[in-house]
Design a protein around this ligand. Structure first.
Ligand code: NAP
Length: 301
């Protein structure tokens, strides 16, 4: 058997087209477009490239976008004041502070200062609580887990009653996706197990997974013999394992591998996500989705 590839790059295009159409429709009917501000402190090259991609995507779907770059020396109190300014700005529906922040700034304090109704990353404790309650309480599911769930649903994989095993318990991937998959409702209603470094027999848990979601950050952690034949394997891991010269640009680029032994797993699983081009492209897509949702909540539509 060769698994069906769940390509994040293709699903991203479809969702961004849907968002673009909805933004145009809201603009016509209500005269408003979603507003997203990205706050970048300092000049970390990885942060610059993430923010640039977010801005490009926001423009593509027709959002109002403000890029607010701040010096690495900005005082914590000034950054808090900046967030307060955007909390009070009616034209802004989503506030994104690119992490990491310089050491003299308390990240938690900054993220907690964002109005939970503009917290499109879904990291504010209020939104984490809403996610835990589930149902209509959920406003902004965190972007990577939301992307994972979207991929599973769009691939047509049955989640109701499925054995879902999540490898990893981070606050940004493992815990929220486990919580989302166990909620009563469409795209979820699964029986969920979360495994981590304290787990006694990782292989035994993975082997009974109908849906295996791996977010450990360990290249090749999941061995082919741990995969249940016909199951759905979502590989969230993005690990740099070397460098190569790009055929397109002639420049040095990273060689990326997931947490799953992809070449062997594709012969066993029913569905599988590649790395790169799987979960990765979904995160920014869901950020756009959350920003659009934020405007819709405000307009009551
Ligand atoms: P993290 O905060 O480092 O958490 C990793 C989790 O995996 C921890 O809970 C850890 O267990 C568990 N783990 C690590 N090694 C393990 C092992 N040998 N056996 C069992 N469990 C193990 O990582 P993260 O932020 O969740 O990210 C995980 C991976 O996903 C990374 O490769 C990251 O780059 C990638 N990622 C991708 C996207 C995207 O594509 N958009 C977004 C976010 C993250 P303990 O809790 O016991 O330490």
């Amino acid at each position: 058997m060769t698994a069906t590839l769940i390509k994040g790059t293709e699903i991203r295009e479809k969702i961004l087209e849907e968002i673009t159409a909805e933004v145009a429709d809201i603009k016509e009917k209500h005269g408003k477009v979603p507003g997203l501000v990205t706050i970048l402190v300092g000049e970390n090259p990885a942060s610059i490239s993430y923010v640039t991609l977010k801005i490009k995507t926001a423009h593509r779907v027709g959002f109002k976008e403000i890029q607010d770059n701040q010096s690495p020396d900005i005082a914590e109190s000034d950054l808090l004041a900046l967030i307060e300014k955007y909390n009070n700005d009616e034209s802004i529906n989503g506030i994104l502070v690119q992490l990491p922040l310089p050491k003299h700034i308390d990240e938690k304090k900054i993220l907690n200062a964002i109005d939970p109704d503009k917290d499109v990353d879904g990291f504010h404790p209020v939104n984490v609580g809403r996610l835990m309650i589930g149902g209509n309480e959920v406003k902004f599911p965190p972007c990577t887990p939301a992307g994972i769930q979207e991929m599973i649903v769009r691939a047509g994989v049955e989640t109701k009653g499925a054995e879902v095993v999540v490898v990893g318990r981070s606050n940004i991937v493992g815990k929220p996706i486990a919580n989302m998959m166990l909620q009563k409702g469409p795209g979820a209603n699964a029986t969920v197990t979360v495994v981590h470094t304290g787990t006694k027999d990782l292989a035994a848990h993975c082997k009974r997974a109908d849906i295996l979601i791996v977010a450990a950050g360990v290249p090749g952690l999941v061995k082919p013999e741990w995969i249940k034949p016909g199951s759905c394997v979502i590989d969230v891991g993005v690990n740099r394992v070397g460098e190569k010269i790009s055929e397109k640009t002639g420049k040095k680029i990273a060689i990326l591998r997931g947490d799953v032994d992809f070449d062997a797993a594709i012969e066993i699983a029913g569905f599988i996500t590649p790395v790169p081009g799987g979960v990765g492209p979904m995160t920014i897509t869901m950020l756009m989705q959350n920003t659009l949702k934020s405007l819709k909540y405000k307009l009551g539509i």
